[in-house]
Design a protein around this ligand. Structure first.
Ligand code: ZN
Length: 419
């Protein structure tokens, strides 16, 4: 579960507002929640955390105009983490290692002008200045992709390495050992070398996942291979967006996606804090109908599905998502075989394994009910519809053939009735 959206409200109350939801999320099958960057950013009480200023101010020092972060106090965060752990839910911290914001002006000899690179955080941890940013005495820059150019951290600088992963009070050690975070979502990794992630993971341990914001599955795969950790499947996100909004489901079959290459390390999603922004019209599934079909696709296919906070809490039907998470946990196993795909219909089968019978999913992206005849792996069997959409049962013939009917803009998920 991505447990936040852009500009969460009310400010200063987020940790307290999600804590009571954890029990419901656990029942839904959630085993990890991803929190926004939890320390003080330049924008103070307005900050979503992606403008990191003090990596160790979790809402306890009076700076940037506020004691609390946008999400609450340190005590409230610690209470949230403890509650999650009592339910056996892991907490994934959002770690922004690429850039900083909110430094004081100082003369920067490398730029021969004043830059906002003097950082004296009240936590007294990770003081830094122009040598810790690019350009510096080591080199001009570290990556092709420059973001927050004047406050782009240099990860070859000893001071930066000490505070990010080497030292006893580094972000890696402190977040794991003192704050009790279980894992890391690495923001904007395109801005630095994969070696940074390897070093951080070696120091912190736990679960790690990359934000490689790119629709190119092989590029994301390269990052997975270089770092050894998981990644969000942006390739799957764009494939689903194009398929369901562009009304051609064959895109799902043809388009490379990370889960097709590395199912264990691919985390699929249909929405996140960036794609769901009001201002973002281009890169998102445009309608509730498209979202519903994308979640059905994601939960029945290989990879690790994730749910976006607003989709569960406000947009989609909670009972529908619960059915999909149950299907995911009980039936979405084994080899994937596409039984039929056209512009507005898609039928796929999961072969199952020793403990699960597998499933058939039929997605209908047309405006009319749709009937498809497909040949399944089950002969002379009664199949039960687990989706809640359409008729409840169908029977396959002696060759495994069956006729599936699915309502407009909907899906059906079939498996053995006696499971
Ligand atoms: Zn550097």
């Amino acid at each position: 579960m991505q447990a936040f959206y852009w500009d969460v409200e009310p400010r200063g109350e987020w940790w307290k507002s999600i804590e009571p939801k954890l029990t419901t999320w656990k029942a839904l099958g959630v085993d990890k929640i991803w929190l926004p960057p939890a320390t003080k950013g330049m924008s103070g009480s307005f900050s979503m955390g992606y403008d990191p200023f003090d990596y160790f101010d979790f809402g306890e020092f009076d700076q940037m105009g506020t004691i609390k972060t946008r999400f609450g106090s340190r005590a409230e965060l610690e209470q949230l983490i403890a509650k999650a752990h009592s339910l056996e839910i892991d907490i994934v911290a959002d770690v922004v290692l690429n850039h900083n914001s909110g430094g004081q002006l100082e003369y920067n000899p490398y730029r021969q002008k004043n830059t906002y690179t003097k950082f004296e955080p009240l936590s007294k941890k990770f003081p830094r200045s122009f040598e810790d940013f690019h350009p510096n005495r080591i080199h001009v820059r570290d990556a092709e992709a420059l973001f927050f150019e004047e406050q782009d951290l240099c990860h070859e600088q000893e001071n930066v390495q000490n505070w990010f992963w080497k030292g006893e009070n580094s972000v890696a050690k402190y977040y794991k050992q003192v704050m009790k975070f279980d894992g890391w979502r690495f923001d904007y990794v395109k801005g630095f070398d994969p070696e940074v992630i390897k070093n951080y993971m070696a120091s912190a341990g736990g679960f790690g996942i990359l934000e490689v914001w790119d629709g190119n599955a092989s590029l994301i795969n390269t990052w997975v291979e270089k770092t050894g950790i998981s990644a969000f499947d942006f390739a799957a996100f764009y494939a689903m967006e194009n398929a369901f909004d562009g009304f051609d489901l064959r895109i799902l079959v043809e388009r490379p996606q990370l889960w097709k290459l590395k199912p264990e390390q691919a985390f699929t999603f249909v929405n996140n804090h960036d794609t769901a922004k009001e201002t973002n019209q281009g890169n998102k599934l445009s309608s509730k109908e498209s979202l519903k079909l994308a979640y059905a696709y994601m939960f029945t296919h290989p990879g690790n599905p994730s749910i976006f906070y607003l989709d569960f809490e406000e947009v989609l039907d909670k009972a529908d998502l619960k059915k999909l998470t149950d299907i995911n946990r009980a039936l979405a196993f084994g080899e994937l075989k596409i039984l039929q795909a056209s512009q507005d219909s898609y039928v796929a089968q999961r072969a199952g394994n020793d403990v699960s019978p597998g499933l058939i999913i039929h997605i209908n992206n047309s405006n009319l009910p749709q009937t498809k005849v497909v040949t399944t792996q089950w002969k002379n069997s009664l199949l039960f519809n687990y989706s809640g959409y359409g008729v409840n049962t169908v029977r396959t013939n002696e060759s495994g053939q069956v006729t599936l009917t699915t309502p407009r803009k909907s899906y059906s998920v079939w498996s053995l009735n006696n499971f």
